[in-house]
Each structure stands twice: as structure tokens, then as C-alpha cells.
Design a protein around this ligand. Structure first.
Ligand SMILES: [Zn+2]
Ligand SMILES: [Zn+2]
Length: 122
């Protein structure tokens, strides 16, 4: 189970960086646990080259900035594949409500590459 997330942040010169959080509690080669700090990464120069917790990561670490929602457990159905798949894996096209107020998601299936409409199963 992966509760990781990634989000785009704006750097000082208008550059866009991506902050990634790996939720997996993997062990290091020497058997020690990874620290909370090591679960974060950013693709800005400060982090990439100097391996320092940068100002893009910091607000998420100390909680002053809210991180995006974790990978949603909502599933959608591709009728061509006859498969349920995580909503976060599909290419989102549109969402609308049906007559009963349920969400109907229009998406591109990543497997069969067709356009699908599905209710959202949570
Ligand atoms: Zn950064
Ligand atoms: Zn499909």
C-alpha cells in the first residue's frame, strides 16, 4: 500500500519543481529504517546536488503547507478490459453526475487506450 504523493511547487524564479513523498517504510541496506526526512525528494538543484532539505520540501515537513490528497482508493471500471483500476492511474477527461447524483468519470484507460465512462467505486 502506497500513500505517497507528489505535487508541483513554484520556485523563486518561476521554475516549477516536483516534490515527491514516498510513504513506503522501506529498510535501508544496513537494516535501519529510513527517516521521515528521507521520504521526501525534490528535483530542484539544492536537493538534487546538495542533498539538502530544500525550501520546497520544508513547508510540507513542518505542516505549514498541506500536501495533496494521498493516492485515492477510488476505483473505476473499464468495460473493455473488464477490470477495476485505481482512479489515479487513469487519464482523467471529465466528471459528471448521473440522474441519481453519482459521479460518472470519463477517462482514458491506460491499458486498452479507449475512452471509458464509469461510476466511481470507493
Ligand atoms: Zn526543492
Ligand atoms: Zn481498458
Amino acid at each position: 500500500m502506497n500513500d505517497g504523493w507528489s505535487t508541483q511547487v513554484e520556485g523563486s524564479k518561476g521554475n516549477k519543481y516536483t516534490v515527491v513523498y514516498f510513504a513506503e517504510d522501506t529498510k535501508l541496506r544496513d537494516g535501519s529504517r529510513i527517516t521521515e526526512e528521507m521520504k521526501y525528494s525534490c528535483n530542484c538543484p539544492q536537493f538534487t546536488f546538495r542533498k539538502l532539505i530544500c525550501k520546497h520540501i520544508k513547508p510540507f515537513m513542518d505542516g505549514t503547507k498541506e500536501h495533496p490528497k494521498v493516492d485515492s482508493p477510488i476505483k473505476v471500471m473499464c468495460t473493455d478490459c473488464q477490470e477495476f483500476m485505481s482512479e489515479s492511474k487513469v487519464e482523467f477527461l471529465n466528471i459528471e453526475e448521473d440522474l441519481f447524483g453519482r459521479d460518472r468519470l470519463t477517462f482514458n484507460c491506460p491499458y486498452c487506450k479507449t475512452k471509458q465512462v464509469s461510476l466511481r467505486f470507493g
